[in-house]
Design a protein around this ligand. Structure first.
Ligand SMILES: Cc1ncc(COP(=O)(O)O)c(C=O)c1O
Length: 332
């Protein structure tokens, strides 16, 4: 018998997918860990589970308690599913710029959702800081604090990366991922470097994020902006501190969109925006390293979370991001 115990038992153990179109194009094996197949639909289910179970172990979360978090969406979705499965309440603070699909889904799942204006981290009204204050004000509540709570990267160190290691028999030359909290990138790169210091660990960064310049020059100097969600940062989180970084690659939105639409029309994979940055960086890395290498990245969530944005021609046109390269191929 092969039966998973509830939602919690179904988190993780996702397939590793060879991305055929880009692998064939580059002569490298470009592999994507299919995190969109987690039961809550994203890579963040793993971090959400570790954060809640660590709070339970430490006795910080009592029956009927509340989990509070500031999130771009996916962590909140994972947390709310797990709270439902374990009998907790969930209070989510989210910037109003995040996709309506994610905000509506959080409400459908039963979270108490508070939308706030998107302001920088240094502003006291930033969504992360608001969530921290709300957690302090409530009784029997924890602040998940995904950016600086190391249970987040531990989830990837103990589960995501070992799964990839087994799925590839340890035959990996490079690892790349964009960072939001940094949990996925850092947890996996710490694991891979321990196993084999020659595995190249590369931060993938969208425009508008400060990590690319940080890796290249030591200064956090964000430039431009991006329509991708859940990734990019203008500070080094506790989860990113001490993470091995060999290099960084920047992928702009037009390049990420071409990747997303190629994944859809040539590989049959309907992916969210951060996957465009991840696979775009994996392809750039394949070109740098040359044919014959195996490069692993993350397929963080599905395109259905962004239907009204990056999959709407009208919306893309309003942002000046539409191009005829994004049209479906003719199958004549
Ligand atoms: C769609 C998406 N991609 C990537 C990430 C980045 O993951 P991490 O927070 O582990 O850096 C997130 C995080 O919220 C996300 O929502």
């Amino acid at each position: 018998m092969d039966i998973k115990t509830g939602f919690v038992g179904t988190v993780g153990n996702t397939p590793l997918i060879r991305i055929n179109s880009f692998s064939d194009e580059t002569g490298c094996e470009i592999l994507g860990k299919a995190e969109f197949l987690n039961p809550g639909g994203s890579v963040k289910d793993r971090a959400a589970l570790y954060i809640i179970e660590e709070a339970e172990k430490k006795g910080q979360l009592q029956p009927g308690g509340t989990v509070v978090e500031g999130t771009a969406g996916n962590t909140g979705i994972g947390l709310t599913h797990i709270c439902n499965a374990k009998g907790y309440r969930c209070l989510i603070v989210i910037p109003e710029t995040q996709s309506a699909e994610k905000i509506d889904l959080l409400r459908t799942l039963g979270a108490d959702v508070r939308t706030v204006p998107a302001v920088p981290y240094r502003d006291p009204n930033n969504y992360v800081k608001v969530s921290g204050r709300l957690a302090e004000e409530l009784d029997n509540a924890i602040w998940a604090n995904q950016f600086d709570n190391l249970a987040n990267r531990l989830a990837h160190y103990e589960t995501t990366a070992p799964e990839i290691w087994h799925q590839t028999d340890g035959q990996i030359h490079a690892w790349t991922a964009a960072t939001g909290t940094g949990g996925t990138y850092a947890g996996a790169s710490l694991f891979f470097k321990e196993k084999n210091p020659d595995i190249r660990c590369v931060v993938a960064d969208p425009m508008g994020s400060g990590l690319y310049s940080y890796v290249k020059t030591g200064e956090i100097q964000p430039e431009g902006n991006s329509v991708t969600e859940g990734i990019g940062n203008s500070r080094i989180t506790a989860n990113m501190e001490g993470a091995p970084i060999d290099d960084a690659l920047q992928v702009d939105d037009p390049a990420a969109l071409r990747v997303i639409y190629q994944l859809l029309y040539q590989d049959g994979l309907y992916m969210g925006g951060s996957v465009g940055i991840n696979v775009g960086a994996a392809v750039a890395l394949a070109k740098q390293m040359g044919p014959g290498h195996t490069i692993v990245t993350i397929l963080c969530d599905s395109g259905s979370r962004y239907q009204s944005k990056i999959f709407s021609r009208e919306w893309l046109e309003s942002k000046g991001l539409w191009s005829d390269q994004l049209l479906p191929p003719s199958r004549d």
